[in-house]
Write a protein that binds this ligand. Structure first.
Ligand code: GLU
Length: 285
């Protein structure tokens, strides 16, 4: 069976060793089979955090490492109308509602409630305030120019989708529990669509058969499977790899400037030695 993988960074900073490991992991899976494909996608839909200079640096770093990709780079900010169409489809099925709440509104609301559950990604589970608004109230607030996000009505979506699972490479079938996230935002106030929507849309569109990414994104897979079923998109296999840690045992992050690929290169490290470190960090030797 043919394999298509992708590396899908957000250009919000310079790549570090953890990214090199993630790209290497995806690249190896594709190059291990005769007609495997490795794609590069720039997930730059957040205009407040993404910078063209970082996008350019990503292409440069990957080329330097020799992790060359197949076909054109997909740049998400060039395809906003496609994400809008996907949102329109979900809205037409009654699965989205406009949410006018600010972060302060949500904090106030949960402060008044006995429980304030957190989603697996650390965010507060939305208490559902705007789900209860009447169509007339929604219309009035939109007409008045209030800004809104689009949230998925999780309960309605789960009724539609039924029981969900995903397949983890080498581990078999695992049950999903997207309900833990509550009514997730799929269309943002400050960006045309959310990560969850765009990533699943593009994996389907680009024919990605094996989604590889860090274990930190493992919980998000539950939401992604739900969206795939709701939208009728194919189900890829998943491979979540371990995260690279720094000397203190903390996850490498974009804020750790010393570990950027760029700084390693400038310090005279070779691409081969960076790949060897990345590989060792993945436990792949
Ligand atoms: N763009 C996401 C990030 O940089 C990763 C997307 C994915 O691999 O699913 O964290």
């Amino acid at each position: 069976m043919s394999v298509t993988t992708r590396f899908a960074p957000s250009p919000t900073g310079f790549l570090h060793l953890g990214h090199a490991a993630s790209a290497l992991f995806a690249w190896r899976q594709a190059r291990a089979v005769p007609d495997g494909r490795f794609l590069l996608r720039l997930e730059d839909i957040d205009p407040t955090r993404c910078r063209p200079a970082y996008a350019e640096a990503i292409r440069h770093d990957l080329t330097w490492l020799g992790l060359t990709w197949d076909g054109p780079v997909r740049v998400q900010s060039e395809h906003l109308e496609a994400y809008r169409a996907a949102l329109d489809r979900l809205a037409a099925e009654g699965l989205l509602y406009p949410c006018f709440c600010t972060r302060a509104d949500i904090l106030r609301e949960v402060a008044d409630s006995a429980t304030a559950p957190h989603a697996p990604d650390g965010s507060l589970v939305y208490p559902g305030t705007c789900r209860a608004l009447s169509p007339a109230a929604r219309g009035d607030r939109i007409a008045a120019g209030e800004r809104f996000a689009l949230r998925l009505d999780m309960v309605a979506a789960l009724v539609r989708a039924g029981r969900l699972t995903f397949r983890e490479l080498g581990q078999g079938t695992i049950a999903c529990d997207p309900e833990r996230f509550g009514d997730v935002v799929l269309g943002r106030k400050d960006a045309p669509a959310s990560y969850h929507l765009c990533v699943t849309h593009d994996d389907a569109l680009q024919g990605v058969t094996l989604v590889t990414r860090g274990a930190d994104l493992r919980p998000a897979t539950d939401i992604h499977r739900l969206l795939q079923v709701l939208m009728g998109w194919p189900e890829p296999v998943y491979a979540h790899h371990g995260l690279l840690l720094d000397a203190e045992g903390r996850r490498l992050a974009k804020r750790d400037k010393a570990a950027t690929l760029r700084s390693m290169r400038e310090a005279g490290m070779t691409a081969a030695s960076v790949l060897a470190l990345a590989s060792a960090g993945l436990g792949m030797g």
